[in-house]
Design a protein around this ligand. Structure first.
Ligand SMILES: CC(C)(COP(=O)(O)OP(=O)(O)OC[C@H]1O[C@@H](n2cnc3c(N)ncnc32)[C@H](O)[C@@H]1OP(=O)(O)O)[C@@H](O)C(=O)NCCC(=O)NCCS
Length: 166
């Protein structure tokens, strides 16, 4: 966000997408000063977010074989982040738990979560804590330029899509 105009555009877009049932965006604030400390976002795969999320694989995102792994009609993707000073205090575990309760109530399922590298221990723990299951591992081709597949797997460098079902 660079200025007030950008902020207004962003808020308006989030409102419109929420009304259309395409995405939900929650900000996390601290109790005292109500300052922004992070966010959680849910994006429907039954919208342009599917294309955005899988743009890196190009037209393969429409292959029937690939589509067996993702429920485009009902699936959602979650992502989230916290400012550095507020990490490792249990905040995101609590926030994701609250969002999943919302998902259960509103019948939003399944929920996918993409993790770029399994070395991101904090996010892997948040997801596993909430019963997200390992779903589809992936290896960035750029990694294969540097390491062989065995080294990547042994060092947990691969990415993973996790899946949660209500
Ligand atoms: C991932 C992230 C949201 C986690 O939020 P958080 O509030 O710090 O997580 P929590 O405090 O709830 O911790 C969850 C678990 O991870 C552990 N953990 C937290 N930070 C850790 C770290 N740096 N290394 C290893 N474990 C860590 C906690 O001890 C806790 O473990 P437990 O469930 O066994 O008690 C936060 O680190 C972040 O914003 N990272 C950058 C953005 C990002 O990676 N987003 C995820 C994209 S998929």
């Amino acid at each position: 966000m660079t200025n007030d105009l950008d902020n207004k555009d962003f808020v308006q877009r989030m409102k419109t997408e929420r009304e259309k049932g395409i995405s939900y965006f929650w900000t996390i604030t601290n109790k005292e000063e109500k300052e922004f400390v992070g966010f959680v976002r849910l994006m429907s795969y039954n919208s342009g977010y599917y294309d955005v999320s899988f743009s890196s694989i190009g037209e393969h995102r429409f292959d029937n074989e690939f589509l067996k792994y993702f429920d485009r009609a009902n699936g959602w993707e979650i992502d989230y982040a916290l400012i550095k000073s507020q990490r490792n205090k249990g905040i995101m575990s609590e926030a994701v738990g609250a969002v999943l309760e919302f998902c259960k109530t509103d019948n939003l399922s399944p929920i996918y979560a993409k993790v770029n590298s399994m070395t991101n221990a904090a996010t892997v723990k948040v997801l596993r804590h909430h019963k997200f299951a390992d779903h589809l591992p992936q290896i960035d081709p750029k990694l294969l330029e540097k390491y062989d597949a065995k080294t990547i797997v042994e060092n947990n460098l691969m990415g993973m899509t996790f899946k949660w079902t209500a």
